[in-house]
Design a protein around this ligand. Structure first.
Ligand code: PLP
Length: 457
């Protein structure tokens, strides 16, 4: 046998042993119900606990893995904990998490059909499922990108390039969005250097067709063409879904691109009880949906879908001499549809889980988030120390703790995390500090909700 040429490669007995240890760890981690909530520690403490990690000689598998298991992992919050109810939690299906290991082990280059045909085909079938839930035509398509932020940027860049191709570059352009649009929309607008004109929200904070028309007309009078409309479905802070049908009508009337940011909420398209809220999305030009939020995929995974993916390809395809050979064989090159090149086939964990479990199981699991929000809202209404701020639409619940100011809310939140009870953080809505719960984890129970609400007494 030839001597090994790389000290990093090959499976020797030590590798076999660490493999067993890692598989055992993974199995234990996904069996934990619940996993420890855990929490952050200052870098100085972590440094003291780990000692030097990267050395000339290496620490060996045993010590390196021990550092992760005993020091680093406990300094990370488990976002799949059933009482992680802040921000937007995650709750990957075990099948999806396990399949992520297969993706890692398979060295599949996810950007060109030449290299990743089988995996890309499976990802595209999964995108087709999501597109069909939105009522998009069979010709719709896109790509799985890292997150809603990346997806929104690619969609708005495509919108701008499409506009310029049709209308030239002479008149200044703008994007219309409501104040509830996600921060990543403002970031994307900054990157593509197109200002946002703000659409006055209705009393529930929604963007409506009527207000949108007024904004577009006012912008026009100021010499600005609204080239794109961003509607949110639903807003991260409130869970409220914009008037998508109204936005779609205005978009058609003014020739603007309609992008629906459903990074959090569009997963509810998979829910029979959630789907009616999205009426009008079928007329959008693009949408994003993060399976790592409410569709039970591990981080990181965003479905970016275009009605006409050819427009994205025209705007975003990279051209280089060394890539020319790829176009000849291309059935579908995912690199052409967003701002990236090398890409993990991050849609496969979702593909595996939905293929194995079926869409009906997804309906049940997503619907559970909506039901939990209803349970929480009713429990809040029935209590005397809490006050519901608005009726939940999807799976976000906003409420006040009577008599607590911002500082008291934050102190309670810090304590709840330190005690391992829950991750529930204050938010600001209409200038007021209050609490917010976001349900996507179907393993959260009504007792979890009761425990959190009771601790606020
Ligand atoms: C979470 C979220 C985003 C950002 O998505 P990432 O995956 O974190 O990049 C964008 N829009 C909305 C509405 C969101 O909820």
């Amino acid at each position: 046998m030839a001597p090994p040429t790389s000290p990093l490669h090959g499976v020797d007995p030590a590798t076999e042993q660490i493999a067993t240890q890692i598989f055992d760890y993974v199995l234990q981690r996904i069996r934990m119900s619940p996993p420890p909530l855990d929490g952050p520690r200052p870098a100085a403490e972590l440094r003291a606990a780990t000692g030097p990690m990267i050395t000339d000689e290496g620490l060996g598998y045993e010590r390196a893995f021990g550092l992760f298991r005993d020091v680093l992992a406990p300094a990370c919050i488990s976002s799949d904990h059933p009482r992680y109810l802040a921000f937007v939690p995650t709750a990957p299906a075990e099948a999806a998490t396990l399949f992520d290991l297969v993706v890692s082990a398979s060295s599949i280059y996810g950007d060109w059909w030449l290299e990743g045909a089988g995996a890309i085909y499976a990802e595209n079938e999964t995108l087709r499922w999501l597109a069909s839930l939105a009522g998009f035509p069979d010709t719709a398509g896109g790509v799985f990108v890292s997150g809603g932020t990346a997806g929104n940027l690619a969609a708005l860049t495509t919108a701008r390039e499409t506009w310029r191709r049709e209308h030239g570059r002479d008149r200044p352009i703008a994007i219309a969005a409501a104040p509830s649009a996600h921060s990543s929309i403002r970031l994307a607008a900054m990157v593509i250097d197109v200002p946002i004109v703000t659409v006055a929200p209705d009393p529930r904070g929604r963007l409506t067709g009527t207000a949108l028309r007024a904004t577009i007309e006012a912008a026009h009078a100021d010499g600005l063409d609204v080239m794109a409309i961003v509607a949110t479905a639903g807003a991260t802070n409130t869970g409220i879904v914009d008037d998508l049908a109204g936005a779609a009508e205005a978009a058609t009337e003014y020739g603007a691109w309609l992008h629906v940011d459903g990074a959090y909420g569009c997963a509810a398209l998979a829910s029979t009880i959630g789907r009616p809220l999205f009426r009008g999305i079928e007329a959008a030009d693009s949408f994003v949906l993060d399976p790592h939020k409410w569709l039970f995929a591990p981080f990181d995974c965003c479905a970016l879908v275009y009605r006409d993916p050819g427009l994205a390809g025209a705007a975003l395809t990279q051209h280089a001499e060394y890539l020319e050979t790829l176009d000849a064989t291309a059935e579908w090159n995912p690199s052409d549809f967003a701002i990236h090149m090398t890409r993990r086939v991050r849609g496969l964990p979702l593909w595996f889980s939905v293929t194995a479990h079926g869409a009906r199981a997804y309906d049940v699991a997503v619907s559970r988030g909506i039901e939990l929000a209803q349970l929480a809202a009713r429990a809040i209404e029935a209590s005397d120390h809490l006050e519901l701020v608005m009726e939940p639409e999807l799976s976000v619940v906003l409420f006040r703790r009577r008599g607590w100011d911002a500082e008291r809310c934050q102190a309670w939140s810090d304590e709840a995390l330190a005690d391992g009870l829950a991750l529930v953080v204050p938010t600001v809505h209409d200038g007021e500090t209050m609490f917010r719960l976001c349900f996507v984890n179907p393993t959260t129970t009504s007792s979890d909700i009761d425990a959190v609400l009771a601790a606020m007494r």
